[in-house]
Design a protein around this ligand. Structure first.
Ligand code: F6R
Length: 627
């Protein structure tokens, strides 16, 4: 979490840095700051709270500096106060640093540096970095290299332990911006006589689409003349930028009140794009009508699948488990990445390991995958890691870590609460499960064709749902804006959707919500129910329909107001539920792509009615790069 930006070139840096930080605010937003070098001094301005506080402070200052760094913070070490906001400076205030990540050995370094006379002004781990760089700058022999600043930063980062990305400027080297990547994302942008760096591409796409993501253990020196890349040992590396497929308008709200609402409305397009990319024309296909670009040996003798993920991606993985087991007949386990890393399952042979992360940067998921990769190294061939990533950001750290990726096709998502990327992950799991089913011949071709044809109907069903439900959910939001607790129920393939509906509501509206498998209610949670606790039940005709309806009746008998996510023309449902969020009658197997939509809208409208910051809910960040 935290977002960093940097600029060096011919324009005034402040506005470019602020505009970049605006696009990175989704990564953290409890304080922000920028530092520039002008007339031989570092100028540093920081403010607690959202970016507009920093902007107002900067408006009063004239600053034509053409080099600078900026930061938007999600607090890890030290409260969200101005004195903990980045950039951080050394004692003499000559070196300024912004960091995304965690310096694990900061305590020892801080003690050592204090003993050498360095004065610390914050509670952060980051502050050791400028002091350490200043220390190396002081001790470098004169004329030791063509860039003493680069050398000092390189020496300093060799002392740091942890996962971090940093950008550094120094009053004594006004034409150099040094950036470092070590297990936290950092991309460099190439303009005409100007260069950028940022934690993520939306921060620089308005200026350039020529980008180079740094790899772990790389340092770049940006000057007005160009970019040089080195490894931590100081060897120069040859690298070329590539062109980004992202336009500035893709990161605008385009008339919607919030990014989240825009992204909910983009979902039919996401499903269409996924259908086009993953599914070939059935007549043309020989073995399988699905094309994920995965090598055949990947599937050979496959006995088991282990999936690691967090949050909404974990919910998508639970739907994936249902599909992989029911369609392809492969035993599948889904783990919270943060748990799996420290308590993995015993090693099994012929196992596919899947990491699901929309950002491709979630530290827990990356760490779980790295652990799995490492423990399988040097084992018998059948135990070797077969690693697959499902991500919306193939250029991310995940993309660098795993050999095969299913690229989800949501386009960039700005709202902190995941919506369209969830639907895109579901589409990836449908494609993977159907492809495996085709290869393992666990589903007859006619049935596969029927499922794919059903998927092709989904975009227009989502459109119809959006049209019908906008005002219904707004109306319900009016009734529930002050509600304290919510229960979401689902069974089978819709149990993960109950979890997702509850997560969406809690994270953006701060209302306590729980998702349960409907049949589990009677084993304890039913004690929570009374007239003040509404229950949302997902009831789709199919294998568990009657069961869900009975579970809903049990809730109604305890006076709960019942909201049904159920087909439009279902007479029985109309009688039981107090309110309906009707969806079209689709095959139960495909229903999660549809049933999640009203739950997203309900959460959105409740949060909007409560006047909350829907796109940037408190305490959260879009990209969780700390463990
Ligand atoms: C919820 C949400 C989070 C993320 C989780 C994992 O709306 O966005 O729960 O799903 O932090 O993020 P990724 O998918 O980037 O690994």
């Amino acid at each position: 979490m935290c977002g960093i930006v940097g600029y060096i070139g011919t324009q005034a840096a402040t506005e470019i840095l602020l505009a970049g930080l605006e696009k990175l605010e989704y990564r953290g937003y409890d304080s922000a700051g920028i530092a520039t070098v002008w007339e031989g001094e570092v100028n540093c301005v920081r403010a607690k709270g959202k970016l507009h506080n920093l902007r107002s402070k900067l408006e009063q200052l004239e600053n034509p500096a053409q080099i600078g760094i900026g930061h938007t913070r999600w607090a890890t070490h030290g409260k969200p106060e101005e004195y903990n906001a980045h950039p951080h400076l050394d004692t003499a205030m000559r070196v300024a640093v912004v960091q995304n990540g965690i310096i694990e050995n900061y305590r020892e370094l801080r003690e050592e540096l204090k003993q050498k006379g360095h004065e610390f002004r914050s509670e952060t781990d980051t502050e050791v970095i400028p002091h350490l760089i200043a220390e190396f700058l002081k001790n470098l022999p004169a004329s030791s290299s063509s860039s003493p600043f680069l050398d000092a930063v390189r020496q300093a980062v060799n002392y740091l332990k942890g996962a971090f990305a940093i950008a550094v400027i120094c009053a004594d080297y006004p034409d150099e911006l040094i950036v470092v990547r070590q297990q936290a994302p950092l991309v460099i942008g190439f303009g005409q006589g100007e260069f950028f760096c940022a934690s993520d591409t939306p921060a620089i796409v308005a200026y350039t689409r020529a980008v180079l993501p740094l790899e772990n253990g790389e340092i770049a020196r940006l000057t007005p003349l160009g970019v040089e890349i080195y490894n931590f040992a100081g060897d120069r590396l040859k690298k070329q930028p590539r062109m980004l497929n992202l336009s500035p308008t893709m990161v605008e709200k385009q008339g919607f009140k919030h990014f989240m609402l825009k992204e909910i409305y983009e979902q039919p397009g996401v499903v269409r794009a996924s259908l086009e990319a993953y599914f070939t024309n059935i007549e043309e296909s020989s073995e399988s009508p699905i094309n994920l670009g995965l090598p055949r040996e990947f599937y050979a003798d496959l006995a088991q699948i282990q999936i690691v993920a967090c949050g909404t991606s974990w919910h998508a993985a639970l739907v994936g488990k249902y599909l992989l087991e029911q369609l392809a007949g492969i035993s599948t386990q889904v783990h919270y990445a943060s748990e799996y890393r420290y308590a993995p399952s015993p090693l099994t042979p012929n196992t596919l390991i899947i990491g699901v992360t929309q950002s491709g940067e979630t530290a827990d998921t990356l760490a779980a995958l790295a652990m799995e990769k490492e423990r399988r190294q040097g084992q018998e061939p059948q135990y070797q890691a077969r690693l697959l990533g499902i991500t919306n950001r193939p250029e991310s750290s995940l993309g660098l870590m795993v050999p095969h990726i299913i690229n989800t096709l949501a386009g960039i998502e700005i709202g902190v609460a995941a919506t369209k990327t969830f639907i895109a992950q579901l589409m990836a799991f449908y494609a993977l499960a159907l492809d495996l089913a085709a290869h393992r011949q666990t589903v007859p071709l006619e049935k596969l064709v029927e499922i794919i044809n059903g998927l092709r109907q989904i975009p227009k069903e989502i459109e119809a749902t959006l049209e019908a439900q906008e005002s219904l959910t707004e109306h319900l939001a009016h009734d529930f804006a002050e509600t304290k607790d919510f229960i979401f129920l689902g069974r089978g393939i819709n149990f993960p959707i109950a979890l997702e509906g509850a997560l969406k509501l809690k994270e953006i509206s701060y209302i306590h919500a729980e998702g349960y498998p409907a049949g589990e209610m009677k084993h304890g949670p039913i004690a929570l129910l009374d007239a003040k606790v509404p229950v949302v039940a997902i009831a789709i005709p199919g294998s568990v329909y009657e069961k869900v309806i009975s579970n809903a009746q049990e809730a109604k008998a305890r006076d709960s107001r019942l909201i049904g996510v159920t087909p439009v023309n279902d007479g029985e449902a109309a009688e039981i539920f107090n309110d309906l969020l009707p969806v079209s009658s689709v095959d139960e197997l495909l229903s999660p792509i549809l049933t999640v939509v009203p739950l997203q809208l309900l959460a959105y409208h409740i949060a909007a009615r409560r006047g909350l910051d829907v796109d940037q809910p408190r305490n959260l960040a879009k990209s969780v790069t700390v463990e």
